[in-house]
Design a protein around this ligand. Sequence first.
Ligand SMILES: [Zn+2]
Ligand SMILES: [Zn+2]
Length: 317
Amino acid sequence: MSIHAALSLFLEEYPKAISRSFAGDAVAEFIRKDVPETLSSVIGANPRYITHGSPGQGNWARAPWAAVYDRFVTDSAQDGYYVVYLVKEDFSGVYISLNQGITAAKRQYGAEAKSALKVRASDFLARLGSHASGLQLGPIDLASSGGSNLSAFYEAGAVCSKYYPNDGLPEDQTLSTDLLNFINLYFVLASREAQLFERADAEEDEINLGEEDLRTLREHKRIERNRKLAQKAKQALGYVCKACGFDFELKYGSIGREFIEAHHLTPLSELKGQRLLLDPKRDFTVLCANCHRMIHRSEFVNSVEEFRSHYVVKNDQ
Ligand SMILES: [Zn+2]
Ligand SMILES: [Zn+2]
């Protein structure tokens, strides 16, 4: 399936499908399976991105959508921000939009959610700067039939977007290029956001590094300090240091509860390429603060077993 075919499905087949029963419908299945596969194949193999298509849950949504999530930012449509195809409620066209998670905004801001989404969108736009030029900036028109509809919130949450009218859907080549442009914008925004939290001056272990090594080490730290990824690793691996067995709760009581640091095991040299592995169980380990510092100073930064047998166990004997 091409992106062109996927969007035609949204605009032509979907409005016919919604008069049929939802369960087991082929159109719904296409949207769940084929549409995200199509987006993934355009983006290329990159474990950083997850694609998802939704025809609704339990029943037809007013309009279908398909999204791309950056795992550094979010893994669901509920929170964070992501690239999403949004269909107008009257099926007259579809947007590709860098947009925001609605559920989390509603939970956090209640009746003020729409204005909060708009404020955040203009903050994102400021960070994107000239990268977003040529696109539609700010709110979009999804022909929302009611102020409490999901589409009314997506109208407010739009950071930047591009519109394709049903009667003038571009060729697949253009659609693919546009998707890659939006993925690039998404990447720029996620990187700029991460930079805000980076310390201005170099950390102790960064002082003697060259430009290239500094960049990979920062990338490594960014992965393990990423709240979502680190949280998953900790949940999967527990809260006891894999190198020395230190248990923060045992030592410090309640303030040490569920405290541990995630350490990413992908060799730093491979971070320079595309082989970024983000499986919470296999590609991470958990370490106490001391062992984490020390494994970074050791030659066994990618193997907690070797680090342990060379340094930790030996000194205990
Ligand atoms: Zn330890
Ligand atoms: Zn680490």
